[in-house]
Write a protein that binds this ligand. Structure first.
Ligand SMILES: *[C@@H]1O[C@H](CO)[C@@H](O)[C@H](O)[C@H]1NC(C)=O
Ligand SMILES: *[C@@H]1O[C@H](CO)[C@@H](O)[C@H](O)[C@H]1NC(C)=O
Length: 423
């Protein structure tokens, strides 16, 4: 037992240092204005904050300076929700129908699409979607938990390594929303402490007006080395966002470091923080192509086109959510989870693969299982759990492209945000 507790403490230490020393993206992207479809994504965060080391230490210090000690690992498992949406809505209204969600993402308004959909459907309810890089939100949450001042009711992040840790600390609520049984089983906690809410993806996105001929579109990674693309590529610092880092890891595993060094040396790449900026640069005709951008595969009319690689790997992961055990607004939190995984939202509002086995992707895309040689969302989870390997890879990237420059794209939210930053 003591050994297990010690291991947990060591892991938490790693996570806090790792999260603070880089910056990443989180969630998604979509920025309301540019995709109409609602992409969501996470994904976009970066890493990088300044001063990471000091903060990291401070954060770790927190564990020895009071605050709640984590509880014993939970042993219960809830049964699947049987109430109707109307009953869940009525329950939420009784508690005021307001909930705070800490959502991984790149810019303050990145989750407005979902906030607005939810608030239109459930009149009188407020979903406060507070967006930051996942790697910042998780350290912030650990800080709040240590100081007994937890703010969010729900958390949804790309830092997948956090969820089993929070579960084992007895920080999460066991809750299985309606339709639990049709959620992909590999990504949900069997005891209901966390669940996937959508898949996100990173691969090619091109501006179809600046690159009119589809035959010229980059699809495989080596296409980005073509001379005509020089100066027309915007990429998120992989050493600022673990999801982008993982995407580049897939390429490096296949082609070695040489292609990455060549890309950086020859192509005058514009490196940016967060995955929102590549999407915006494409949408505003400032660049031709990006690899890790929020890019909705419903392809709403517009200049940005999602292109799957012909044979190269691409990146997918299951954005994961949980309700905190001590959530102040549990009924509204439950309503939100039931709604976000509902067939209606999953079918019509994602722009990526659904986590429901009964909702196929729009044509011409196949189920994720049909791209087994190119992507496996489980690989990112495994990657995220090995913080030492993540740090090593990030640092190698940094030695090649430098440290992330510029302010963190979501803004500075402080330790206890209760509202989204103005946007
Ligand atoms: C690289 O791109 C920037 C704009 O992003 C431009 O100002 C600069 O001149 C370019 N440098 C080279 C060597 O092409
Ligand atoms: C981008 O270019 C297209 C086609 O020329 C144009 O319709 C669109 O308005 C441009 N977008 C912006 C933001 O300039």
């Amino acid at each position: 037992m003591a050994k297990i507790l010690l291991a947990v403490v060591v892991i938490i230490g790693f996570v806090s240092l790792a999260e603070l020393s880089y910056a990443h993206h989180g969630g998604g992207y979509h920025g309301g204005g540019y995709h109409g479809g609602g992409y969501h994504g996470e994904g976009y965060h970066g890493e990088g904050h300044h001063g990471g080391g000091c903060n990291g230490e401070g954060h770790q210090g927190g564990s020895s300076t009071g605050g709640t000690t984590p509880g014993a690992p939970p042993t219960s498992s809830s049964s699947v929700e049987t109430k109707s949406m109307d009953q869940l809505y009525a329950d939420a209204k009784k508690e005021g129908c307001k909930a705070i969600v800490y959502a991984g993402g790149d810019v303050p308004g990145q989750q407005d699409y979902y906030k607005n959909l939810f608030e239109q459907k459930f009149k009188g309810c407020t979903l406060e979607m507070i967006v930051d890089y996942s790697k910042f939100h998780d350290a912030r949450i650990n800080y709040q938990l240590q100081n007994n001042k937890l703010i969010p009711d729900v958390v949804q992040l790309q830092t997948l390594q956090d969820f089993p840790i929070w579960k084992n600390q007895n920080r999460l609520m066991s809750y299985k929303p309606k339709d639990w049984d049709v959620i992909v089983k590999e990504y949900k906690d069997p005891d209901g402490y966390f669940l996937p809410i959508f898949f996100s993806h990173f691969t090619n996105c091109v501006n179809n007006k600046l690159m009119k001929d589809p035959k010229t579109w980059p699809t495989n990674i080596k296409d980005y080395l073509k001379p005509e693309l020089k100066g027309h590529i915007v990429l998120t610092y992989p050493n600022d966002d673990d999801a982008v880092l993982f995407l580049f890891k897939l390429f490096i595993d296949k082609y070695g470091w040489g292609f990455f060094e060549e890309l950086n040396a020859k192509q005058n790449v514009t490196w940016v923080r967060g995955t929102e900026e590549p999407s915006v640069a494409l949408a505003e005709n400032r660049t031709w192509a990006a690899i890790a951008a929020g890019c909705d595969f419903n392809n709403p009319p517009g200049v940005s086109t999602f292109v799957l690689p012909k044979s190269d790997p691409f990146m997918t992961w299951a954005q994961t959510a949980a309700i905190f055990k001590d959530a102040k607004n549990p009924a509204t939190a439950k309503l939100y989870l039931n709604w976000i995984i509902s067939a209606d939202v999953q079918r019509n509002n994602l722009g990526s693969w659904s986590i429901r086995t009964d909702v196929p992707p729009p044509k011409p895309y196949g189920p994720l299982s049909s791209y087994k040689s190119q992507t496996n969302p489980m690989d990112f989870k495994t990657f995220m759990e090995n913080r030492a390997a993540v740090e090593d890879l990030k640092t190698k990237m940094m030695l090649i492209i430098g440290e992330p420059k510029g302010p963190a794209s979501p803004g500075n939210l402080g330790m206890y945000p209760t509202k989204a930053l103005p946007h």
